[in-house]
Design a protein around this ligand. Structure first.
Ligand SMILES: Cc1cc2nc3c(=O)[nH]c(=O)nc-3n(C[C@H](O)[C@H](O)[C@H](O)COP(=O)(O)OP(=O)(O)OC[C@H]3O[C@@H](n4cnc5c(N)ncnc54)[C@H](O)[C@@H]3O)c2cc1C
Ligand code: FES
Length: 341
């Protein structure tokens, strides 16, 4: 026997069977419920439980803090009702909505950006038009392999899609891209997804942080902010392990020369030799560079540990959690492990 869940904003009631999540049933019914990761990691489905009870499957502290939970907030993607409920989602600060598309694409260009990051450019042959906001990602299928999440690195109005894909040790899809993908191959792109996109109406300072191939969505965000003429200071941090991992620096320096509000900082965490660059972990660099980030917005993408430590640092500096828009690049196995634990 299912439970009746009233969704205020949609002015409708859905029936959720025991063990099913509110978000899954809402999406299955074609409701445009705000969501991103669908695995309890991004916080974009955060909702108010107005009445009733739910069990919550495992989720990250970043997505929902203990204080938020105690105040009656839940994550719709983790919430399994145990009684009839009434739920409202938190209105996102700046809602953008793009229709989800299933695109037939073709590889037009493959470039080694570093020893382990490939730039993949795709033409959209069918299924478009594809619109998205800078910072969003898509589920990309190469060959017969399962889809993986990859963030668009191109500006939303570019006709060609661009992805930066790092070959991960033991990784199926990223190694296929590194070793087997060819110009002319067909690729399926499903999206856009995600809520860590540029808030174009915001006028406070911007802190943009990209680690490794996490530079892809942050590149799109920074370029779009400048294209849109946002006037505020944009501090753009690129975090890499060593000199050989740094890419596109010249292009970003050229942007900086054109836009005085852009300040670029490349930081190496494990330099193998002498370096004139800043070194250390990005979370420590942020603490050195800022004293008060109240009113700022931060955009972060890259390895989960980098994203989590940087968000924690930003919060200690006064940034509000809801102003930290972050995509941690969890693999499907990490997500499955979290799910099982
Ligand atoms: C929102 C989002 C955006 C992303 N954007 C990008 C991007 O722009 N660029 C990018 O490079 N990446 C991005 N990622 C990461 C990307 O989706 C993939 O996770 C990554 O490319 C690895 O995929 P893979 O198939 O190569 O590795 P997988 O085959 O999924 O393996 C990943 C890791 O798990 C290990 N593993 C394999 N099998 C198991 C198992 N059974 N149990 C435990 N561990 C196992 C592997 O050894 C490997 O280290 C993003 C992730 C998210 C969530
Ligand atoms: S969609 Fe629920 S936490 Fe990401």
């Amino acid at each position: 026997m299912g439970f009746e869940v009233k969704l205020r904003q949609f002015d409708t009631t859905i029936t959720v069977e025991p063990g099913d999540t509110v978000l899954q049933v809402a999406l299955d019914q074609g409701l445009d419920y705000p969501c991103g990761c669908q695995s309890g990691n991004c916080g974009s489905c955060k909702s108010v439980l107005r009445s009733g009870d739910v069990d919550m499957a495992v989720y990250s502290e970043f997505a929902l803090s203990d204080d938020e939970k105690a105040s009656g907030l839940i994550l719709a993607c983790r919430a399994m009702p145990t009684s009839d409920c009434e739920i409202t989602y938190l209105e996102p600060d700046e809602v953008v909505s793009h229709p989800r598309r299933l695109l037939d694409c073709c590889v037009t260009e493959l470039t080694d950006l570093t020893h382990d990051i490939k730039r993949v450019r795709l033409s959209v042959d069918a299924g478009g038009p594809f619109s998205f906001s800078a910072g969003q990602y898509a589920k990309v299928s190469f060959g017969d392999l399962d889809a993986r999440d990859y963030s668009m690195a191109n500006l939303p109005d570019d006709s060609v899609l661009e992805f930066h894909i790092r070959a991960m040790d033991g990784g199926d899809v990223s190694h296929y891209v590194a070793d087997k993908l060819k110009v002319g191959d067909k690729v399926r792109v499903d999206g856009p997804y995600g809520v860590s996109y540029l808030r174009e109406a915001h006028r406070g300072p911007i802190v943009a942080v990209g680690g490794g191939s996490g530079l892809a969505p942050i590149k799109a965000i920074v370029e779009r902010a400048l294209q849109a003429g946002l006037p505020q200071e944009i501090k753009f941090y690129i975090g890499m392990r060593d000199e050989r991992d740094v890419y596109m620096e010249d292009a970003f320096k050229a942007l900086q020369a054109k836009h005085p509000n852009l300040k670029l900082e490349v930081v190496l965490s494990e330099p193998s030799g002498e370096t004139g660059r800043r070194t250390g972990f990005l979370c420590d660099v942020l603490k050195q560079d800022f004293t008060d980030l109240d009113g700022a917005k931060a955009y972060l993408a890259g390895p989960p540990i980098m994203v989590e430590t940087c968000v924690a640092a930003l919060e200690t500096l006064g940034a509000r959690r809801e102003d930290c828009h972050a995509d941690a690049f969890y693999s499907v196995h990490e997500l499955a492990e979290q799910e099982a634990s």
